[in-house]
Design a protein around this ligand. Structure first.
Ligand SMILES: NC(=O)C1=CN([C@@H]2O[C@H](COP(=O)(O)OP(=O)(O)OC[C@H]3O[C@@H](n4cnc5c(N)ncnc54)[C@H](OP(=O)(O)O)[C@@H]3O)[C@@H](O)[C@H]2O)C=CC1
Ligand SMILES: O=C(O)C1=N[C@H](C(=O)O)C[C@H](O)C1
Length: 271
């Protein structure tokens, strides 16, 4: 996702910072290619204590509120990274799923930085999430007694359960489905079950397929909602929308500081 979001931001005319934070197994630098452009990015890993914070503070000194950090890392980095951004006072767009989400929201709110935090940046999926949230609010209990089944398939490197599926389950619960916990979400992470689910093999290293099935108590009525994404380009485009949005909110000194992608869609600012 680091490459995908960098490329999308370059396509929108933004400037990519020459420094990025990374995890323990990454090299000291990488190249981002978009069109005819090739950019070198220095990578700062977590090995040297304080180096990541120092890198952020230097970038902030140079770019002020025009600097937006984009985080697509790992569930184990969700809380340490959000604490790092909060302590360095940098605004951010956060697509990483998992971690302690309540703590993430609290640290961000207490810090006063501007942030977009969302488990899915794909415009049409954000619209589906918004529609399901609204249906849950407008017609609570409309699917009373229905049984929910959720299957999600992602590349085998994905460490956690789909954050999007978890958010959708919240709306189905509002609609009155039988009790359903996140542990009941069926995760597919191996080639054989992904092929049986219909995922094209060329996307085994980057896809997100979700199916939600709701069945009436007597089995006579069934609803199915699906969103199947091959590749990751759609998220990169959503991230570029989020970066433009949050940079503007910071420059305007907006009173509301924390947003999700539904807020951006509702503001008419997803391209
Ligand atoms: N909101 C959305 O629309 C989307 C969300 N996602 C989410 O984004 C996250 C990343 O996905 P993806 O790019 O596929 O994952 P990858 O595993 O391909 O990449 C994650 C990168 O983050 C690095 N990393 C690990 N720890 C840290 C850290 N503490 N600080 C900085 N970098 C770190 C890893 O380095 P190393 O290998 O050394 O650990 C790796 O290079 C997942 O949570 C995924 O669910 C993905 C797509 C869309
Ligand atoms: O890891 C991914 O790829 C994705 N992660 C997000 C999630 O956990 O819901 C969004 C999308 O499914 C892609």
């Amino acid at each position: 996702m680091g490459h995908e979001v960098s490329q999308a931001c370059i396509r929108r005319g933004m400037t990519l910072a020459p420094v990025g934070l990374t995890g323990p197994s990454m090299p000291a630098q990488c190249q981002v290619q978009e069109g005819a452009l090739t950019l070198d990015v220095k990578l700062v890993g977590p090995e040297a204590p304080g180096a990541q914070k120092q890198a952020l503070e230097e970038l902030k000194k140079q770019h002020g509120d025009r600097l937006v950090i984009i985080d697509f890392t790992h569930p184990t980095a969700v809380n340490p990274n959000s604490e790092l951004y909060a302590s360095a006072g940098v605004n951010f767009v956060f697509g990483t799923t998992g971690g302690d989400r309540e703590k993430l929201m609290k640290v961000t709110a207490d810090s006063g930085v501007y942030a977009v935090i969302a488990p899915n940046m794909g415009k049409q999926i954000v619209a589906l999430q918004a529609a399901m949230e609204r249906m849950g609010r407008d017609f609570p209990g409309a699917f009373g007694g229905y049984k929910l089944e959720v299957t999600e398939s992602h590349q085998k490197t994905k460490a956690d359960t789909s954050g999007t599926a978890k958010a959708m389950v919240g709306s189905f619960q509002q609609l009155g489905v039988e009790p359903f916990s996140h542990d009941q979400i069926q995760m597919l992470r191996d080639d054989a079950s992904q092929a049986a689910f219909g995922v094209p093999p060329e996307f085994s290293t980057g896809h997100a397929w979700h199916t939600y099935t709701l069945t009436s108590p007597d089995g006579s009525v069934q609803f199915q909602f699906k969103h199947n994404v091959c590749g990751r380009r759609t998220y990169g485009e959503g991230v570029a929308d989020a970066v433009e949005f949050i940079a503007r909110k910071a420059l305007e000194k907006s009173e509301k500081k924390i947003f999700n992608m539904i807020d951006i869609l509702e503001a008419g600012e997803m391209k």
